[in-house]
Design a protein around this ligand. Structure first.
Ligand code: ADP
Length: 231
């Protein structure tokens, strides 16, 4: 479970990205973070990963206050998380297989585990047959599949996605969302910041809406826009 309690995040230049933000996400949930650009969505994801730390309040992961972690402890926190971004962020000079393999090498997995696990995950995202290709030889949708494979290869309990369909056409975006749905159905918690109205509306998941650093809506089975049509 992830719990934000009265979280404030003020960046060094004085920008207040979150103010008194509180919410709870249970294990296995699928949550969309929506809201205008600059609302504070990415800041939420960065606080969960401890890429940033709060300036007030607490963030708990399974009951532990992760705002108190030392730099040395942060890598262990990150092992519980996978992350995908709008721009894929693959290693350009490595093959599909090597990109996924790398995520396992970082955590010190054995060669045997790597040899076993990488093909399984590539199969899950439908890319086994492109294992030897380089990212630039792939379509955007395929690159995002590689990024997803890399994100889940170490079996994280939480998958964080920041605008993962932003560079994809609508059809490809839906295919990627099907993958997220499958990953979620196997028990992984998903937190996805997005502007993709169509997707949020179709999927009927929990929607947390952020505006000017405040949680202004938190709705199960919600749509991108609330009934008043605010965003
Ligand atoms: P969103 O993801 O909803 O677009 P962000 O969480 O990225 O919003 O940003 C929230 C606010 O914090 C914005 O005003 C943004 O400009 C500001 N901000 C984000 N990162 C930084 C940073 N590293 N330094 C200063 N201000 C930042």
């Amino acid at each position: 479970m992830i719990e934000f309690v009265d979280v404030n995040k003020t960046y060094e230049n004085g920008t207040v990205a979150l103010a008194s933000a509180s919410f709870k996400i249970e294990n296995g949930e699928f949550v969309f973070l929506v809201g205008p650009s600059g609302a504070g969505k990415t800041t939420v994801t960065k606080l969960v990963m401890r890429e940033e730390n709060v300036t007030g309040g607490h963030v708990y992961l399974d009951g532990n206050d992760i705002t108190l972690l030392t730099q040395k402890e942060i890598p262990y926190l990150r092992r519980k998380m996978g992350v995908v971004f709008q721009d894929f962020r693959l290693l350009d000079d490595r093959t599909v297989y090597e990109n996924v393999e790398f995520a396992m090498q970082i955590i010190g997995a054995s060669r045997r585990d790597i040899r076993r696990r990488v093909p399984v995950v590539l199969n899950e995202v439908g890319l086994n047959y492109k294992a030897k290709m380089l990212p630039r030889q792939l379509s955007g949708g395929e690159q995002q599949r590689v990024a997803l494979a890399r994100a889940i290869v170490n079996r994280p309990s939480i998958l964080i996605a920041d605008e993962p369909t932003g560079n994809l056409n609508p059809k490809t975006a839906m295919e990627i969302m099907d993958l997220f749905e499958r990953i979620n159905s196997m028990g992984t918690t998903i937190i996805m910041a997005t502007h993709a109205k169509d997707i949020v509306d179709i999927m009927h998941k929990r929607v947390i809406e952020v505006e000017d650093g405040a949680i202004v809506r938190d709705e199960q089975g919600g749509a991108y826009t609330n009934v008043d049509g605010q965003i």
